[in-house]
Design a protein around this ligand. Structure first.
Ligand code: BT5
Length: 249
């Protein structure tokens, strides 16, 4: 088993962390921990989630022992919230690049490898009244999930099918180095440029939220700018993008 309390203590050093062999969702635990005073940089990690979730109430699939599923805690200002998801996608991308691979970011914050989804991020904020307590940046990375008999056989990819055996604790440590780096540079030009330069959708025909057109660029807040068939530039803040023709996610 490449994930255990002892192994994590080894690679995480003094970083506060909580490890659960099984949990509902690491984000729920992380949000509770934030409200109880967890420091930025702390991590909640699980080997299995029984209620792992994606965006918009969707579920996240990962059998026990096959993935990295964790939540990284940050304390941004409300104005910086829009950049937290970028940090997650970018950190996973960079750690994957260190393995000699060429991943990209599918807007807004999926990490893709060889045309398939390798990782998804789910930032969720904890509020106390009007005060932002912090953000749990949930990250799921497919390490050795066998997608063959799943609905994701054509759309998802696991890292080990591309690079061979991988130690999950080591890969986690490699992602955390980059998360720490970018978390201290939220809303910087450097972060925005590093994220933007990895986007795989720019210049392509896309369909999103009932709109079709060319994904021309992104603005400084991460919104996608799509030139529709009438030539108007439309600003899209969130959604699921389909490259080329419309496709169900
Ligand atoms: C995401 O949502 O991509 C965010 C996923 C975040 C998961 C992490 S795990 C740790 C933390 N704790 C949680 O409870 N969640 C976070 P979204 O863009 O909505 O993508 C979800 C969709 O991707 C699903 O509806 C499926 O179609 C597909 N999907 C599910 N599991 C997948 C997987 N392992 N790999 C690729 N695609 C998957």
């Amino acid at each position: 088993m490449d994930l255990s309390e002892a192994r994590l203590s080894q690679v995480l050093g003094v970083r506060p962390f909580q490890f659960f062999p099984q949990i509902g969702s690491t984000n729920d635990q992380a949000l509770a921990w934030l409200s109880a005073g967890a420091p930025p940089g702390a991590v909640v990690l699980a080997d299995e989630q029984t209620k792992g979730r994606g965006r918009l109430g969707r579920s996240w699939f990962a059998p026990p022992g096959t993935a990295l599923m964790f939540s990284y805690l940050l304390c941004p200002s409300p104005q910086q919230l829009t950049y937290v998801g970028m940090v997650g996608a970018l950190a996973v991308c960079e750690a994957t690049e260190r393995l000699g691979l060429s991943p990209g970011i599918k807007w807004p914050n999926d990490v893709w490898l060889d045309g398939r989804k390798l990782s998804g991020v789910l930032p969720e904020a904890a509020w106390h009244g009007e005060n932002l307590v912090g953000v749990s940046l949930g990250i799921g990375v497919n390490i050795r999930i066998d997608f063959a008999a799943t609905p994701f056989a054509e759309t998802a990819v696991s890292l080990e099918t591309v690079v061979g055996a991988l130690d999950r604790a080591d890969f986690l440590a490699s992602i955390l180095v980059r998360l720490d780096f970018w978390a201290s540079r939220l809303s910087s030009d450097q972060l925005f440029e590093a994220w933007r330069s990895r986007l795989i959708v720019l210049g392509q025909q896309v369909s999103i939220s009932g709109l079709s057109g060319i994904a021309e660029s992104v603005d400084r807040h991460g919104a996608l700018l799509v030139r529709d068939s009438s030539g108007t530039l439309q600003r899209v803040l969130a959604g699921d993008i389909a490259l080329g023709q419309v496709r169900e996610n």
